[in-house]
Design a binder for this molecule. Structure first.
Ligand SMILES: C[S@@+](CC[C@H](N)C(=O)[O-])C[C@H]1O[C@@H](n2cnc3c(N)ncnc32)[C@H](O)[C@@H]1O
Length: 266
């Protein structure tokens, strides 16, 4: 799949903030419980964005781990490095592209993660093989991503607002099928875990903000919906009206995130 996508710092941090404020559960706690990191581990986070997972591991292990984060976006790496200064640059951030051989030797990490990112790789089996290569024998990879039933309300509102069919998303259309199959082909064992997190909105505004930050995240994937900023704003107005109407009818909007956590062993 050809992926034409670029995350921006504002949109990513906005969505993280809305999850924190309106979500019923905390995904970082769920993940840390599942992965059981140990002090002294060498850790790589692939598609690290602004460093969310790297900083969570650092805090959880009281700084006693060698943590590296890699991402293709210079903008997000700059944001991660800014935050890293607060902990004396304890995490190493590097440029890493899913679609190229990682600039890392083989067999060096105890643990690796890739959160909400693997589906932006152009050749999934290639990227999964790279992730496998850099892990030590017996090392583990944790990946998270959207399952097909993820954010049903979000897509329902967009469908109602536009009257159009939703294009296949690179994440939810492939994560629990093609991407899971590719992990199973490469790793000796893969365990599947599911995390459900209802986000409850009593006013339309934060839902509309979330939608704006999600649609702009994947803006190039929604080409049949809008070609330019004017059309984008028109659609956002319609989305706002549908969200307000539903809140009047139902009292609130509940958008449930359904996330697959795949824990693979080399
Ligand atoms: C939704 S964000 C998730 C970031 C972070 N893991 C988090 O949970 O906050 C997806 C990330 O994948 C990164 N990404 C997209 N394409 C990539 C590529 N070809 N190589 C490496 N990273 C990529 C983006 O720059 C972005 O940081």
């Amino acid at each position: 799949m050809k992926i034409d996508y670029k995350e921006t710092t504002n949109d990513l941090l906005k969505r993280i903030d809305i999850h924190n404020k309106f979500g019923g559960r905390d995904i970082d706690t769920w993940m840390l419980d599942l992965i059981q990191l140990k002090k002294g581990d060498t850790i790589l986070d692939v598609g690290c964005g602004a460093g969310k997972q790297c900083f969570s591991y650092y805090k959880h292990l009281d700084g006693q781990a060698k943590i590296t984060g890699g991402d293709v976006s210079e903008e997000l790496l700059t944001q991660a490095r800014l935050e890293n200064q607060k902990i004396n640059n304890a995490v190493t951030f590097m440029k890493l592209n899913f679609n190229k051989t990682f600039d890392l030797p083989e067999n060096i990490f105890d643990f690796e993660s890739c959160c909400f990112a693997i589906y932006y790789a152009e050749d999934i089996p290639f990227t999964i093989r790279e992730m496998h290569r850099v892990l030590k024998p017996g090392g583990r990879l944790f990946s998270s991503g959207p399952m097909p039933e993820n954010k049903k309300l979000f897509y329902d509102v967009i469908r109602e607002a536009t009257g159009k069919t939703i294009p296949p998303m690179p994440g939810s259309s492939r994560y629990g099928s093609e991407i899971l199959a590719s992990m199973k082909n490469t790793f000796s064992k893969v365990d599947v875990h599911i995390f459900e997190n209802p986000l409850t909105f009593e006013t339309a505004e934060p839902f509309v903000e979330y939608t704006r930050a999600s649609l702009s995240e994947d803006r190039k994937l929604w080409t049949s919906f809008f070609n330019d900023k004017k059309e984008f704003e028109k659609i956002m107005d319609k989305i706002q009206s549908v969200a307000e109407k539903r809140i009047k009818q139902e009292g609130k909007l509940v958008m449930t995130k359904v996330v697959g956590g795949f824990l693979a062993t080399k």
